[in-house]
Structure formats: structure tokens, C-alpha cells
Design a protein around this ligand. Structure first.
Ligand SMILES: Nc1ncnc2c1ncn2[C@@H]1O[C@H](COP(=O)(O)OP(=O)(O)O)[C@@H](O)[C@H]1O
Ligand SMILES: [Mg+2]
Length: 307
């Protein structure tokens, strides 16, 4: 029985939403994408997280067939990106462009729908994007966040299996970002695959099932946010101490770094128990504090140029 289940499952996931192998893309001397392999299953919500210039947009452009890799291959639902787009299986939400200021929100979606042989009703797209109540508003009167939700509504017209968003909330205020992501997330629960690029850690943490950290054109980590946090592994142990043999602490298993300053010792370690035990049993350490790293630390550790 379990074998039957396994084989059924593997057949169902054989067709990746995105399957990219050995992608390379240079602009002159800049190796924008320098060897990226990527497999994304249908239904995943994936964040490409990385600092500016990491290669997120270059990768996304290749997934969308907007540019060709120098090396490597991309398929989207088993097709070339352009074929997948022609079949309405992929839509993109870009940061700018594509909106006519003198139309209303509803007219914009209706116009988009008229371009497709098979389109979802405009009302349904407005509702899914959370902008049904502003259907009569002129585009020019919409806030940045509302315009992004309109682009989202336009992207939904072909009912694509895969939605790709490149830094969709840049420049939005906190409330606009929250409304935008709530609309995306509610929609994604129905099984749509979502890939979004962001340099906001909190956005990746809050809205993605899977985070792919990109740095200098390569994937440096790939996992759930909990897994990414664990990768920049370890904790920080701090304590007040008057006398300490720094080398003894440095020699404890799992210790990465020991710093002693102004009567305070700070230890970065993968084994905080061992450090705490040593400090409390063998030194006069007191006011001991253990903190785990947050996603921001993980992000900085994994994407900094010092690695
Ligand atoms: N059209 C282009 N011409 C020249 N260099 C480019 C071009 N597009 C991107 N780059 C360079 O490639 C690198 C990756 O850029 P990009 O993919 O836009 O990064 P991200 O989207 O992560 O900020 C950067 O160093 C950028 O300057
Ligand atoms: Mg970019």
C-alpha cells in the first residue's frame, strides 16, 4: 500500500512547476547567475531571498523566457517558458509598467481578459486580488499597493498554475504590503505555485514555505525558514564574568568565537549547553543569557561577502 502511494505521488510530482538545471548568465564580466539548479513542485510558495545584485531578477527573467541562459535549461510544467506562458500556465507580477492611468481598475482587468482566448471572469479576479470594492476607481487614483494588487488581478486572468513576482512590494507601506500578501496567500492556498523575489527577510519568513537564499548568482541555502535559521547555526551565550581563561572556552566543542570585554563574555557556539555548563561550573559567571539567532542573522551570515 505504501509503495503504491509512493509511486502515485512520484508520478504526480514528476512534472515540476519549474525545473532549471545548470543556469548561467553573464552580462559582460558580471556573472549575474553562476550555476543555479532549481526544482519547484506544484503548490510550493517559494521566496528568492537575497541582497541587491544577487541575481534574483536575472533568474526570474530566464524562468519567464524573457532572457535566454548562456548555459543550462529551464522548463516550466515540462514546457519551454514561452510555451508555458502561451498556454496561460505562468503569469508575472512586475514592479512597474503595464497599467493605463485613465482606465478604472475593473476596465483594466476586463481589457486584460479580452486578450486571452480563455479567461477567468474579471469580477472573480478582482475578488481574489482583494480589490473588488475599488473596481470603479481610476488607476491613477490607486495607491502603490492597490496598483500592485491590480497587477496581481491581471496576472490571475489566465488562471495560471505558476505566479512569479519580482520584488512586488518594494516601496509599499507596511499596511499595503500586508494586504498584498494576504491576497496572494489566500489565493495560493488553492494550490497555485508562487515564486517571489524579495530582499525583505520578514516577507520571506512570513509568506514562503521555502526560502532559497541567493548570493552572487548562486544558491547558498535552500529550506524552510526554520532550516535556514538552523544553518547559520548556533546560539550566543553571554554572561558577566570577572576572571576567565578564554582559551579554555574556545576549546569547548562547538564554539566558534569567544569575546571578552568589560567583564562580559560572549560566546558563539553550536552547543550552548556545553558552554553554559562550563561557565556556571568552572568560572564565576553569572547573569547568563542564551539567545538563538534570528533569520536576519542567518541571512547576513549566509549572504555576506566574507563567507
Ligand atoms: N541588463 C544588464 N546589464 C548588465 N548587468 C546586469 C544586467 N542585469 C543585471 N545585471 C547585473 O547582474 C547582477 C545581478 O543582477 P539582478 O539579477 O538584477 O540582481 P537582483 O535582482 O538580485 O537584485 C548585478 O551585478 C547586476 O548589476
Ligand atoms: Mg531584482
Amino acid at each position: 500500500m505504501s509503495q503504491l502511494l509512493t509511486s502515485t505521488t512520484s508520478t504526480a510530482t514528476d512534472l515540476y512547476a519549474v525545473d532549471a538545471e545548470g543556469l548561467y548568465k553573464s552580462f559582460g564580466k558580471a556573472k549575474a547567475v553562476n550555476g543555479i539548479d532549481l526544482r519547484i513542485k506544484p503548490g510550493e510558495i517559494v521566496a528568492f531571498l537575497g541582497p541587491n545584485g544577487a541575481g534574483k531578477t536575472t533568474t526570474i527573467d530566464m524562468l519567464l523566457g524573457l532572457s535566454k541562459p548562456d548555459q543550462g535549461s529551464v522548463t516550466v510544467y515540462g514546457k519551454s517558458p514561452r510555451q508555458a506562458i502561451a498556454h496561460g500556465q505562468v503569469s508575472a507580477v512586475m514592479q512597474t509598467g503595464g497599467l493605463l492611468k485613465d482606465l478604472t481598475v475593473r476596465e483594466t482587468v476586463e481589457l486584460t481578459a479580452s486578450l486571452f482566448a480563455e479567461a477567468r471572469p474579471a469580477e472573480e479576479c478582482l475578488e481574489r486580488a482583494g480589490i473588488k470594492d475599488i473596481g470603479d476607481r481610476l488607476v491613477v487614483k490607486c495607491s502603490g499597493g492597490q496598483q500592485q494588487r491590480l497587477r496581481f488581478a491581471m496576472a490571475l486572468v489566465s488562471d495560471p498554475g505558476l505566479l512569479i513576482l519580482d520584488e512586488p512590494t518594494t516601496g509599499m507601506d507596511v499596511e499595503g504590503r500586508r494586504d498584498f500578501w494576504n491576497a496572494i496567500h489566500t489565493d495560493a492556498r488553492r494550490g497555485r505555485t508562487v515564486i517571489f523575489a524579495t530582499h525583505y527577510l520578514d516577507e520571506a519568513d512570513a509568506y514562503a514555505d521555502r526560502i532559497i537564499l541567493v548570493r552572487r548568482g548562486q544558491i547558498v541555502a535552500d529550506g524552510t525558514s526554520a532550516e535556514i535559521k538552523a544553518l547559520a547555526s548556533g546560539r550566543t551565550v553571554k554572561a558577566s564574568v570577572s576572571d576567565l581563561e578564554q582559551t579554555a572556552v574556545a576549546a569547548l566543542p562547538g564554539v566558534d568565537e569567544v569575546e571578552l570585554r568589560a567583564g562580559m563574555v560572549t560566546v558563539h557556539t553550536k552547543d550552548s549547553d556545553a558552554v553554559a555548563r562550563y561557565l556556571l561550573n568552572h568560572t564565576d559567571a553569572h547573569d547568563l543569557e542564551i539567545t538563538s539567532h534570528n533569520l536576519e542573522d542567518a541571512f547576513l551570515a549566509l549572504t555576506s561577502d566574507e563567507n
